[in-house]
Design a protein around this ligand. Structure first.
Ligand SMILES: NC(=O)c1ccc[n+]([C@@H]2O[C@H](COP(=O)([O-])OP(=O)(O)OC[C@H]3O[C@@H](n4cnc5c(N)ncnc54)[C@H](OP(=O)(O)O)[C@@H]3O)[C@@H](O)[C@H]2O)c1
Length: 246
């Protein structure tokens, strides 16, 4: 994939992986549009990086997804790449009553939104030069951590969806990529931690971006970065060992 001269929509660009991709793609000479719910974050990013385009949008809301697609085709018709990156990660404990609202919002953000956005954007992307959809999944798509049951199921669903999308679009110009990050040190899961300075650890985001950009450059359609590769290779055989750590 050509890493410069694109117009790229990144969902969830207010922190972590989405923001790091945005910064890297700007450096490489692309026009970058980021979305997120936190308007103050988007404003602070715009103050620091004036060339970035920002849009407040809650992807868990279908009406806002439709509005985002209409806004893109009206204001940024050159958009040729969609990166489905926005995600949330909650804990689900089936030994207690589950919070169905939380489950629905996790599935809506991590899975239904990318399904809907793919459908909304494919007609637009198909008419552009070098179009692509890039889905950010996870090593946990291949081996779940049980206490993040719904999160991991959404990522497994995203892996499966990516295979189907790529197959269905194989006769079109739209390339479909999957990037499965390992544990990366971002804000993911902050909303479930009392101590907001605590993270779940993982590799520095810059190290992840380096691996992801190299894979995109080489047209590797499915990339498991770092330790995710081990999870993909071993899949269920690693399940017990992984879960005994938590
Ligand atoms: N970090 C890891 O270890 C890891 C590993 C594997 C996969 N991933 C995946 O990488 C992606 C990015 O996560 P991250 O690690 O960078 O976490 P992060 O720092 O928490 O970033 C998540 C991004 O998603 C956005 N977002 C969440 N809900 C949204 C909604 N309803 N509408 C619009 N935007 C929303 C957030 O923006 P607002 O809060 O401003 O809305 C934020 O910009 C996720 O899909 C995650 O599952 C991360």
């Amino acid at each position: 994939m050509n890493l410069s001269g694109n117009t790229i929509l990144i969902t969830g660009g207010t922190s972590g992986i989405g923001l790091a991709f945005a910064e890297e793609f700007i450096k490489e000479g692309n026009t970058v549009i980021i979305t997120g719910r936190r308007e103050d974050r988007l404003k602070a990013i715009k103050d620091r990086l004036p060339q970035i385009i920002t849009k407040v949008s809650d992807l868990a809301d279908a009406a806002q997804r439709i509005e985002l697609a209409a806004w893109i085709s009206e204001n940024h018709p050159d958009t040729n790449i969609l990166i489905n990156n926005a995600g949330v990660q909650y804990i689900t404990d089936f030994r207690k009553a589950i919070d169905l609202g939380k489950v629905q919002s996790e599935i809506e953000t991590n899975f239904i939104a990318p399904v809907h956005l793919a459908s909304l954007f494919i007609p637009h992307l198909s008419s552009k030069q070098n179009p692509a959809i890039i889905n950010i999944t996870s090593g946990l798509a291949f081996v779940p951590i049980a206490f993040m049951a719904i999160y991991c199921a959404t990522k497994a669903a995203m892996h499966s969806l990516t295979l189907s999308l790529r197959y269905q679009l194989k006769e079109t110009s739209v390339k479909v990529f999957e990037i499965a990050p390992p544990s990366v040190d971002t804000e993911l899961g902050h909303d479930r931690r009392e101590d907001k300075t605590q993270t779940h650890g993982g590799i520095p985001v810059g190290e992840f971006i380096e691996g992801a950009m190299a894979a995109l450059k080489n047209d590797e359609y499915e990339t498991a970065v770092g330790q995710s590769a081990g999870l993909r290779e071993k899949r269920e055989s690693i399940f017990d060992r992984l879960n005994s750590m938590f």
